[in-house]
Design a protein around this ligand. Structure first.
Ligand code: 13P
Length: 250
């Protein structure tokens, strides 16, 4: 049985005071793994503020470069680990679209994260245009295969996948449980083509307008193992309600 995992992606939101307020409202939930990914500048504040609460901390991105050196503005995987992170999101669609991240970049970041002992959260998902063209599966396959090619299937014993349809992110338009399940099952089958055991254990989160009202029905689907939560993770009460729904699905 896969243990659900709910991760909050705070994106570029917060100030020191609002971060303190948010972490005060977070607590561990039985039967489910919980983590939050604040902006890098707040990572230490969150690690210290959540100390002992049993909630993991992650980053939203990691450098392509592995070794310390002349890479102005970059934060390496090893630095994230040293700061107390256990997770890092890689290949979020906002970074792919706004920062021009390629599948190859994402595969490198994923490998860097693993080597630093972090659990990468690989985001995959199609745009609305791609869904309407009927190429959802080939897009997700291409994004997944880039990482499989570099890190191999065994890496998914120590990594998470988040299926985030771009058209559902921040739009209030959630994928139906059936739409999401279909892609989750496709992703698992793609892993299973390499290693059925790894595929059966790999955790695949759904992300895209998940909220307390729809979390339970999404996470009741057989291949949906939790959520990657944007907007609703900025309100402790909503985030905790989603975690409780995941615990109920466990
Ligand atoms: P929303 O929950 O705001 O739609 O964002 C989802 C997301 O992008 C999480 O990474």
């Amino acid at each position: 049985m896969r243990r659900p995992i709910v991760v909050g992606n705070w994106k570029m939101n917060g100030r020191r005071a609002s971060v303190d307020h948010l972490i005060a409202g977070l607590r561990a939930v039985g039967g489910v793994d919980v983590a939050v990914c604040p902006p890098a500048i707040f990572i230490r504040q969150v690690v210290e503020g959540l100390g002992g609460k049993g909630i993991g901390v992650g980053a939203q991105d990691v450098s392509l470069y592995e070794q310390d050196g002349a890479y102005t503005g970059e934060v390496s995987a090893s630095m994230l680990s040293d700061a107390g992170c256990s997770y890092v999101i890689v290949g979020h669609s906002e970074r792919r679209a706004l920062c021009g991240e390629t599948d190859e970049d994402v595969a490198r970041k994923f490998a860097n994260a693993l080597r630093a002992g972090l659990c990468p959260i690989l985001c995959v998902g199609e745009t609305l245009e791609e869904r309407e063209q009927g190429v959802t599966e080939s897009v997700v396959a291409r994004q997944l295969d880039a990482v499989l090619g570099v890190s191999g299937v065994a890496a998914f014993e120590r990594a998470l996948i988040a299926y985030e349809p771009v058209w559902a992110i921040g739009t209030g338009r959630t994928a139906t449980p059936e739409q999401a399940q279909q892609v989750h099952a496709f992703i698992r089958a793609r892993l299973a083509a390499h290693d059925a055991g790894v595929a059966s254990r790999a955790r695949i989160q759904y992300g895209g307008s998940m909220k307390p009202e729809n979390a339970a029905e999404l996470m009741a689907m057989p291949d949906i193992d939790g959520g990657l939560i944007g907007g609703a993770s900025l309100k402790a009460e909503d985030f905790m309600a989603i975690c409780a729904a995941a615990g109920g699905a466990a």
